[in-house]
Design a protein around this ligand. Structure first.
Ligand SMILES: Cc1cc2nc3c(=O)[nH]c(=O)nc-3n(C[C@H](O)[C@H](O)[C@H](O)COP(=O)(O)OP(=O)(O)OC[C@H]3O[C@@H](n4cnc5c(N)ncnc54)[C@H](O)[C@@H]3O)c2cc1C
Ligand code: FES
Ligand code: FES
Length: 1353
């Protein structure tokens, strides 16, 4: 019977225990928008849309009638077509628990262990952990790390999330963080009431019962994990799977038809009918291709539960595994086989398992299929090189019959004769057992150890003549080189018949470089590094095989030299340890007073349940439209024409706005120079806004945007790099400088002078919530309600008012919370919101604009790349007498915050050092790149790295330990800075000394040296970095803040202030302040959000001072109210807040008050280069230890100890969170995150696939944070210090520890002398700095003889 398509099928699946049926389902719809828009389940978040961030994680459960088992697994909703969900049960974060019913233990623990900050990643984290626990209620640490590897968090630094997860682990108590200096808070329990909120009599009772807490959280109070409480799998789906006749389902969309055959026969028939249609299994290749590359498949074939595709057969020669098995299932199958069979038979399986542990995140591994992985033939495939060396065969079938083909180089190169025919399906893969005397190895090096495509991958196999070291057969494949996985065939031929010895190795290394060629301009860049990896992997293989051969027969070959052995061990942390020390609250402090206690984030539980509302979670308004942008594809060009006619023809498209529509209002001027909102005549950078497309849906708007045709004519000059800008004298402002002492005179008297430079790459904010806004015209008096994810609502209000030509009092900007910002939602958001408001005004309809991740990264800029050049004069004992330094920042095409960043860099560059003669100059370069802006630390992370790099060189030059040079030059006691502000740096030295003690620095340094003596290819490094971070905004008005506090007649309080909650916990601290000032329980106090309606003219939230400044304003308001109510309270001291409020009302006493803080007195005279710009200084020290693999550049963060001076902490849990989060962001900046630009100025790295922020694997295996004992800080709120930014720089301790390790390697290899390492210190830079005999072999390309793939900006 031949196959024919039926009418449209009905889609049936379950979501959170409820049946969902869809008659007219569009195959293009992914589960994520379906959940968010159709089912209004907004807990599942959009972070990237490409499977790379885990924000959209849900759990899928499926029943297999064959095995009668239910499989639960996590998956990325952004890549799951809903058509693929027939018969599945979907569980979202809302389904597992909520505050109305019962929160789930996973949600509770993530929140109460302080594992949420902005909360945007939290639902995804919860669901990954939940899915793991559904399968393994007591997982091991390894299982935990594997399950969470696909989830990114930009705020927390992961440590608290790990702690929360560990509470579910086997034998968890041993691993829990040790908290010293106990506090007295229980952490809020399920009903939201904390011990601090109970009334006094209750507290006395509990204290008599010795009820005190000793940790940041109380594990005893956690809800137990009870698997019997979970949703049961819907019986209807089970019955359906068992009993319903299997029928091919077809779903027809506007552009795509989806066919789900349910038997192999039907599948083959459909494939014969639609040979070009892809077979969609996990959709992890097809999905991203359709979404990001615009590839359209009119027909999609998606087999459903076809037994043959999922069968596993154990044959005599090996395993045959169904092509439909997911990579996670493959891993389970291979794990079982490896446990059962002798090791000699499972060499290929063990090698595959090694890669399956790190390949992508668990969500991808759970859905991506073995067949999909093979057929996709990505050059970066982890599995294909191994399957190829393992002599696998592919079992194919078509309507015309079955056949087998080898998975070899020809197949991988897609040679027609060796490939599938269009009508063929891959049914299964045979992976043979290995033989005695056969060894298989797997190698990969990626930018990050987890969830990152590798730069180079290799599978290598060798078979020896029995009981000899003579090679009988050898096979080597490489991936990541060129467009396909390649075989080093000639090399293998040459090695066959040879003895396994050093001579063979030397020949192999030379041959591989001759055979596996990588052109200088190869896509992906890093050419020399990749070449070096070809050889490094070969060398590692040589050593591995040597070890194995010797185990078989010690007489066959020499043993691996002792100092080489460690390089064969993988970096792998099995344990995560942490000690947190924070300040003890004074025993005299009133128990109900929450100041100084580790109170959970006010929204913690809501973050974890998905109930916290972000901008795009707001319901759709009637008649709502969507706006998207068309951006420049050229870096410097004249706009010849804009043709939007095709876009406008698309049904649903309402308008395409250009600069002409904005005539007269097409600019804004927050900074001295005004900025064009939509480019009209000329574009100055790729990503510049040119048009805005407005349509009735996001899908339509994006489709239409692709149809807008812009014709350009390129202009000269094209200025991209700092060096280009210097050459063209292209700067955004004139030079800024500070002169202190007499540098020239000092240079004459010093013992030594050294000159150098360092380049520091930029950084993307990568807040998890992309730019989001919704503008709703009220329809009356030109009023607009603007819901926007911004740090600076006032600026959005100003630009909108100006573009609409209305007074500011008509524009109400509201910010409930922001899903991370880090400086990136300060200036750019206002422009985006203004265009959205313009569209809303023009159409008279609500307009929403949510940037996709790629757009967000492209449009909004980030941290300024820096070039620091210095000349330093010092004495032989390490004393620095003079420093002359110049900073160049790559500012992009508009001024934005560049000048301020330069100024802050100059003011803060001294870091912890008293430099008696200092001349510093700074220039912001104007280039044809997206404009760079504020990012946590604001110039300090770059400026201080320049100084520390210089000091490291001084140490190397003078032959002194770096920590000694640092200590000699540090501020001690009372001093003045180079801008003549007085500073008492006593706490700096305390942090330094305490860190040395806590970290056992000197003992560990000795151990590191000992390790380095005994290990040639692995080196350890340790570094101690001090921190002095000035806090303040350099201006009095910039620090003013206001608040509004209402007391209602029932005694409850509503607070608003000008600060934005972006994860740092400002609202939580404010509630603590109100609680102390009014003397009322925190549960009485509510904070709804920030709005220009309630607190006008609020400054931007940033610069570490949001809680400081707004807290003072709130304190002021509360004190006013308390004073007013004092007579009433003292008359009725046992009354309740309800009584007092009612009495005040009866006496006509106002129950509302505004509070105000003028800002910190500050001044800076840039003409003279002196002033008192800062309110206070934060001090700290970090000690980090790392281990480096010199052959690959890989490294492991072994341990970090941080000691911080925080004054009196208002909330140690939040403050530790800020320190850890900033530190890990700093680790990202200095060692991992790399923005890559083409020579034409096009940003390549536009999503988590290419731009790697730190993940769980980057957290030091031991991570300790300590506060200095409380100290008084004049003028600040309760003597607290703002900690948002400072600790980011401490991430450089990892950079300098890497430097130390590289130095050890270089010295051992005879490379003496000073060398420069630029930031970020990626595996590429580490490897190339660890020069050795292998790097010497690498062919080098003459600079200028080729066009590189990327350029350093
Ligand atoms: C975020 C992310 C991270 C990743 N990281 C890694 C990584 O670290 N290492 C790595 O190796 N890979 C990585 N990948 C790639 C991933 O492994 C592949 O996308 C995946 O294996 C493809 O499987 P699939 O089932 O999803 O294929 P699909 O997208 O469903 O299909 C892919 C292709 O295979 C064809 N196909 C599938 N099954 C058959 C069959 N039975 N017969 C004939 N043709 C078939 C389809 O026609 C289609 O052309 C990553 C992918 C993503 C999205
Ligand atoms: S949104 Fe799905 S993984 Fe990022
Ligand atoms: S809390 Fe994880 S991204 Fe903000």
């Amino acid at each position: 019977m031949s196959f024919s398509l039926n009418g449209p099928s009905e889609l049936l699946f379950y979501v959170n225990g409820r049946k969902v049926t869809e008659k007219n389902v569009d195959p293009e719809t992914m589960l994520l928008p379906y959940l968010r828009k159709k089912l209004r389940l907004t807990g599942t978040k959009y972070g990237c849309g490409g499977g790379g961030c885990g924000a959209c994680t849900v759990m899928i459960s499926r029943y297999d009638p064959g095995t009668k088992k239910i499989r639960h697994y996590s998956a990325n909703a952004c890549l799951l077509p809903i058509c693929s969900l027939f018969g599945a049960a979907v569980t979202t974060v809302e389904g597992i628990g909520n505050t109305q019913r019962r929160i789930h233990p996973v949600q509770e623990r993530i929140a109460k262990c302080h594992g949420t900050q902005c909360g945007f990643c939290s639902p995804g984290m919860v669901m990954s952990l939940y899915s793991l626990l559904r399968n393994i209620p007591k997982p091991s640490m390894d299982q935990l790390m594997e399950a969470l590897g696909g989830n990114l968090c930009r705020c927390t630094g992961y440590r608290p999330i790990v702690d929360a997860c560990k509470t579910f682990c086997k034998g968890n108590t041993r691993d829990l963080p040790i908290l010293l200096w106990a506090t007295n808070c229980c952490q809020s329990k399920e009903n939201g009431i904390c011990c601090l909120d109970r009334d006094e009599s209750e507290l006395l009772d509990s204290e008599q019962g010795n009820r005190t807490c000793e940790k940041l959280f109380q594990e005893e109070e956690f809800l137990p994990l009870d698997p019997t409480q979970e949703f049961i799998f819907p019986p209807e789906l089970m019955i359906m799977a068992e009993k319903q006749p299997k029928r091919t389902r077809v779903f027809y969309g506007e552009r795509i038809t989806w066919i789900s055959p349910v038997t192999l026969r039907e599948l083959l028939e459909v494939k014969a009918k639609y040979p070009d249609a892809p077979i969609v299994m996990g959709n992890t290749t097809v999905g991203p291709d359709m979404k990001f590359k615009g590839i359209l498949h009119p027909v999609i074939i998606s087999p459903d539960r076809i037994a043959e595709l999922n069968a596993v057969n154990y044959l005599d020669n090996g395993l045959t595994i169904g092509a439909g098995c997911s990579l996670a299932q493959l891993k389970d199958i291979l794990t079982d086989v490896v446990l059962e069979l002798p090791a000699e038979k499972t060499q290929t399986y063990q090698a595959l398992l090694k890669h399956l542990r790190t390949l992508a995140g668990s969500q991808i591994r759970n859905v991506a299929s073995l067949g999909g992985s093979i057929i996709s033939r990505h050059s970066t495939s982890d599995l294909n090189p191994l399957l190829a060396v393992g002599n696998c065969t592919l079992n194919l079938a078509s309507k015309d019959g079955k056949r087998q083909i080898p998975l070899n180089d020809q197949f991988l190169m897609k040679a027609r004769s060796s490939d599938l025919k269009p009508e063929e399906i891959l049914i299964s893969v045979n992976i043979p057992y290995s033989r005695k005397w056969e060894f298989v190895s797997a190698f990969r090096q990626a930018p990050r150890q987890q969830n990152a495509l590798a730069f180079v991958i290799s599978g290598m196999r060798v078979l020896f003549e029995e009981d000899t070291n003579i090679v009988r057969d050898i096979c080597i494949f490489y991936g990541g080189i060129g467009s396909t996985t390649v075989c080093a065939k000639k090399l293998c031929q040459k090695l066959t018949g040879r003895a396994w010895n050093e001579e063979m190795l030397g020949k192999a290394c030379r041959s591989v470089l001759d055979e596996v060629l990588l052109p200088a301009s190869a896509p992906g860049g890093m050419v020399e590094y990749k070449r070096s990896l070809l050889v490094s992997f070969l060398f590692k293989f040589y050593l591995e095989v040597l070890r194995n051969l010797r185990m078989m027969n010690p007489s066959l070959c020499p043993s691996v030299p002792a100092e080489y052995r460690s390089v064969l061990e993988d970096f792998h942390s099995k344990q995560y340890e942490t000690v947190l020390r924070y300040q003890k609250v004074d025993t005299k402090q009133f128990p109900q007073d929450p100041i100084g206690r580790p109170i959970m984030h006010q929204s913690g539980i809501k973050h974890a349940t998905g109930e916290a509302i972000y901008c795009d979670d707001m319901p759709v308004h009637d008649q709502e439209l969507f706006l998207t942008f068309v951006t420049s594809s050229r870096a410097h060009a004249k706009i010849v024409s804009i043709d939007s006619s095709e876009a406008l023809k698309l049904p649903g498209v309402i308008d395409v706005l250009t600069g002409k529509d904005l005539q007269g209002v097409n600019s804004f001027s927050e900074f001295p120079e005004s900025e064009e909102i939509l480019a009209t005549d000329e574009v100055l950078g790729v990503g510049q806004l040119v048009c805005a497309v407005v349509a009735d849906s996001d899908v339509k708007a994006r489709q239409a945007a692709r149809l807008v045709k812009i014709e350009y004519s390129d202009l000269e000059p094209l200025i991209l790099t700092i060096e280009d800008a210097i050459q063209h004298n292209s700067f955004l402002e004139t030079e800024t400088k500070i002169d202190y002492g007499d540098v020239e005179e000092a240079f004459k008297t010093v013992d030594q002078i050294l000159e150098g430079e360092i380049h520091i790459g930029g950084q993307e904010h990568f807040y998890m919530e992309t730019h989001s806004m919704l503008v709703v015209p009220s329809g009356e008096d030109k009023e607009m309600d603007v819901y926007v994810s911004t740090q600076y609502p006032k600026q959005a209000q100003d630009i909108i008012a100006s573009i609409l030509k209305v007074p500011s009092n008509k524009i109400m900007c509201h910010v409930k919370r922001v899903g991370g910002a880090f400086g990136g939602k300060a200036t750019k958001t206002g422009i985006l919101a203004a265009i959205t408001a313009f569209a809303a005004n023009k159409t008279g309809r609500p307009v929403r604009c949510i940037l996709e991740r790629g757009e967000d990264i492209l449009i909004t800029g980030g941290r300024h790349p820096y070039l620091g050049k210095y000349k330093v004069g010092f004495m032989n004992d390490g004393r620095i007498m003079a420093l002359d330094v110049v900073h160049y920042a790559n500012g992009g095409f508009t001024l934005d915050h560049s000048q301020f960043v330069i100024q802050m860099g100059l003011l803060k560059l001294d870091n912890a050092y008293k430099i008696p003669n200092l001349r510093c100059r700074g220039l912001a370069c104007k280039t044809n790149l997206p404009s760079n802006t504020a990012l946590r630390g604001f110039g300090f992370p770059q400026a201080a790295l320049v100084t520390e790099s210089c000091i490291t060189k001084v140490a190397a030059q003078s032959g002194l330990p770096p920590e000694k040079v640092r200590m000699i030059n540090m501020y001690k006691g009372i001093h003045e800075t180079h801008y003549k502000q007085e500073i008492d740096a006593s706490n700096l030295m305390k942090c330094w000394n305490e860190c040395i003690e806590i970290s056992s620095y000197y003992a560990r340094k000795a151990r590191v040296e000992d390790f380095n003596k005994k290990n040639y290819w692995k080196k350890k490094g340790i570094a101690l970095i001090p921190l002095k971070f000035p806090v303040g905004l350099c201006s009095l008005p910039a620090g003013q803040a206001a608040a509004l506090v209402h007391i209602y007649l029932d005694g409850s309080v509503l607070v608003t202030h000008g600060g934005i909650e972006m994860g740092q916990g400002v609202h939580t601290k404010i509630i603590q302040v109100v609680s102390r000032e009014l003397g009322m329980p925190m549960t009485n106090i509510h904070l709804r959000g920030t709005s220009t309606e309630t607190v006008p003219n609020a400054n931007v939230s940033g610069g570490s001072v949001v809680a400081d400044l707004n807290g003072m304003a709130v304190q002021d308001a509360c004190q006013i109210l308390r004073k007013r109510l004092e007579p009433i309270i003292s008359k009725n001291p046992h009354g309740t807040w309800m009584d007092w409020a009612q009495e005040a009302f009866n006496q006509s006493i106002s129950l509302s008050a505004t509070g105000y803080f003028r800002g910190y007195e500050s001044d800076m005279d840039w003409e003279k280069g002196e002033g008192n710009p800062f309110a206070y200084f934060v001090y700290g020290t970090a000690c980090s230890e790392v281990e480096v693999d010199c052959l690959t550049g890989d490294h492991k963060n072994i341990r970090t100890d941080i000691v911080m001076d925080v004054g009196h902490s208002i909330n140690p849990a939040l403050d530790i969170g800020q320190i850890e989060g900033a530190f890990i962001q700093g680790v990202g900046l200095y060692t991992l995150e790399e923005l890559k630009y083409s020579p034409e100025g096009i940003l390549y790295t536009r999503g988590p696939e290419h731009y790697k922020i730190p993940s769980f694997c980057d957290v030091p295996a031991e991570f300790n944070v300590s506060f200095l004992p409380a100290s008084e800080v004049a003028r600040t709120l309760y003597s607290s210090k703002g900690l948002g930014e400072s600790a980011l720089f401490l991430g450089s301790s990892v950079f300098f520890a890497l430097h130390d390790a590289i130095l050890a390697a270089r010295q051992e290899r005879g490379f003496s002398g000073v060398f420069t390492l630029n930031s970020p210190l990626t595996p590429e830079k580490i490897r190339m700095a660890c020069e050795d005999k292998f790097t010497k072999m690498i062919p080098k390309d003459e600079p200028g003889s080729y066009i590189p793939w990327d350029i350093r900006i």
